[in-house]
Write a protein of this length. Structure first.
Ligand code: ARG
Length: 624
């Protein structure tokens, strides 16, 4: 019987008494979180979730009474050995031996599928999802936001795949735009083909920084413009140079992503959507959604703009637009960058242009959002997916809101199934060499710091490949630090906090995994049949079993809100419980039956720990 079948068994009894289908009750029955202070039951039914009337004042008292009444009508059976009530809950304790036997068998039999086969997921339809994440810009900094996007996107993809969904992992590179004009000129001045081949990311970045210093020079400006124009006209030589920038960069990214344990099914990018974004503009025009600024009056430092009878004024900073004012018929201001012919889509409810999105420059060229519109339509055509997920920091929330809104206005109902998973900012990530510029800097830094910690730790054994181990443990540290809180929260990065060996860190998870693994190695993989479950009745053993019961619920929670923190705190608790159990329930020196049963318990704990870590994007180590 699976852990969820305990739920089913309880639901079936409840269903008779409450006259509700058992399916409706399954999700109201949850495993009780383990408490350090007191013994707890295994499952509980929250009365509020099965009663309709929750309006009365004396609600708490009422619920308690109802719980008691319900409990009186229920009977213990072969599965449930005790029924009690708490504030608003009916609590169920499972037959102790059955609990141990069932949980251990299930965990060890299902292996990496433990939890995902649960009935909690049986009604969830299998879906196809395109998940876009990481998406760095060529020749620009790979900042911490890109790292967050990479590990969060990877986690979401891992989770979805584990739950049986089909996933396309997509990287949408910033590989187009005026900066390539500048980069092209820069490369012609300071570029080196050898360096481009051997370390493209570093070299292109350096070239870009160097030419940027001269970006105000009229001649450089003109050359950059020419280069980009040639690129847009698909001039063979220009395009071939650009393609080398892109291809070599991707090659290097693939190598670095591999260190992170991340891969992509598709490398897309803004460059794919130059022409298609023109088609999008045409579609917007045909549907009557594209509005253009119609009149412009420029007095030195004073501008007046009419936007289809309404007046709007915007400051144009690169491609970021700051909305200054709206709804007025006339606006005077000292700076005018808004040009006649700029194309916008009205997103306001009243259609008064109090909210709009700019989709076309005055010269008819596309913008970031236009390319995203084209990309979204293309992805949907190509993959006919159920959902599209975009993972970026929260500064792009408006952008994605506008994107989905415009798609909806264009008649694409699937826009409602698109989702922007946004995350907060990280402050203070610096390496010893200074500010982080490349992803590889972070990986090298965490590895070297971890190596140092390992070398000075007394507990570190002789390990076969310390560098590889340091890398995996270091990555676990980064990921856990990042995933502990709500994704939308900002946080202050600290190497020391992340790399602490005790406390709630990735290092602690890895350490626990390695310890449990070596325990297994020492005592051999125990036969799972004939475990004497009567030997697993100590409170510390029961706590581990009870915690293992909850794994499916935690997966379910994370699958709903796409927050990794549920899994993180689950795994940290599992590690703490396992550590306590390991200390108080020795394997070595115990009677064979007891040793065998405990071994099984620890094996199960290690298995679930490893499963959870892998979902988060961590490779569990076996030594450290
Ligand atoms: N390259 C962009 C940046 O670095 C992120 C792209 C996000 N994805 C998208 N479809 N717009 O900010």
């Amino acid at each position: 019987m699976a852990a969820c079948s305990f739920r089913r068994s309880i639901a079936s009894q409840l269903s008779k008494v409450l006259d509700l289908p058992p399916e409706n009750l399954i999700k109201s029955i949850s495993a009780v979180p383990v408490s350090k202070k007191r013994h707890v039951a295994d499952f509980q039914l929250s009365i509020a979730s099965v009663t309709e009337d929750s309006s009365s004042e004396s609600i708490a008292q009422d619920l308690h009474l109802q719980a008691q009444k319900l409990a009186e009508r229920l009977k213990c059976d072969a599965v449930v050995s005790e029924i009690s009530t708490g504030p608003g809950t009916v609590n169920f304790t499972i037959n102790r031996e059955l609990l141990a036997k069932t949980v251990l068998q299930q965990v060890l039999k299902d292996g990496s599928e433990y939890g995902v086969k649960s009935e909690l997921f049986s009604t969830v339809p299998r879906q196809k999802a395109v998940i876009e994440f990481s998406s760095p810009n060529i020749a620009k900094k790979f900042h911490i936001g890109h790292l967050r996007s990479t590990i969060i996107g990877n986690f979401i993809a891992n989770l979805k795949v584990a739950l049986g969904h089909e996933v396309i992992r997509m990287n949408y590179l910033g590989d187009w735009g005026m900066q390539f004009g500048l980069l092209g000129v820069g490369f012609q001045c300071f570029g080196n083909k050898e360096k481009l081949k051997s370390s493209p990311l570093q070299h292109l970045f350096e070239v870009y920084v160097q030419i940027n210093k001269e970006a105000d020079d009229e001649n450089v400006k003109k050359l950059a413009k020419d280069f980009f124009r040639k690129l847009e006209e698909h001039d063979e030589q220009t395009l071939s140079l650009w393609k080398q920038f892109r291809d070599f960069s991707i090659e290097e990214y693939i190598r670095i992503y591999k260190r992170l344990g991340v891969h992509f099914d598709e490398y897309s990018g803004e460059s794919f959507y130059q022409e298609k974004s023109q088609e999008v503009l045409k579609m917007l025009e045909d549907k009557g959604l594209l509005q253009k600024t119609v009149y412009e009056l420029v007095i030195p430092f004073i501008g007046v703009v009419y936007l289809t009878s309404q007046v709007h004024f915007k400051c144009n900073i690169d491609e970021t637009y700051l909305h200054i004012g709206s709804g007025l018929q006339l606006l005077l201001c000292f700076l005018l960058t808004y040009r006649k012919g700029t194309g916008v889509v009205d997103l306001s409810e009243k259609k008064d242009l109090s909210l709009f999105s700019t989709v076309m420059r005055s010269d008819g060229t596309s913008l970031y959002i236009t390319r995203d519109l084209a990309a979204a339509i293309d992805r949907m055509n190509k993959h006919s997916c159920d959902t599209m997920i975009y993972v970026t920091d929260k500064s792009q929330s408006n952008h994605f809101q506008h994107l989905f809104q415009i798609l909806k206005l264009m008649g694409y109902d699937w826009a409602e199934r698109c989702r922007h998973v946004s995350f907060g900012l990280v402050q203070g990530m610096k390496t010893r060499r200074g500010e982080v510029v490349f992803l590889e800097d972070v990986l090298n830094e965490v590895r070297s710091r971890m190596l140092q910690n390992m070398a000075s730790a007394k507990t570190t054994k002789e390990i076969e490949d310390p560098i590889e181990t340091a890398e995996k443990v270091g990555l676990a540290a980064l990921i856990i630090q990042d995933f502990r809180g709500l994704l939308s929260s900002d946080y202050q990065f600290s190497w020391d906090r992340a790399l602490q060996s005790r406390g709630d860190t990735g290092v602690f998870l890895q350490y626990t995994h390695a310890r449990l693994h070596s325990l297994e190695q020492m005592h051999g993989n125990e036969q799972l049949t004939d475990i004497n479950v009567a030997c697993l009745q100590e409170p510390n053993a029961i706590s581990v079993l009870q915690h293992l019961l909850r794994y499916d619920e935690v997966l379910y929670q994370s699958s709903q809100d796409l927050q990794p923190k549920h899994i993180v705190s689950y795994l940290l608790t599992l590690s703490h419980l396992a550590a306590v159990a390991h200390k108080t329930l020795p394997v070595k020196g115990s009677a064979p039956k007891v040793a065998q049963a405990r071994c099984c318990l620890f094996q199960a704990a290690r298995s679930v720990l490893a499963n959870g870590m892998k979902l988060l994007g961590i490779t569990p180590v076996t030594q450290m």
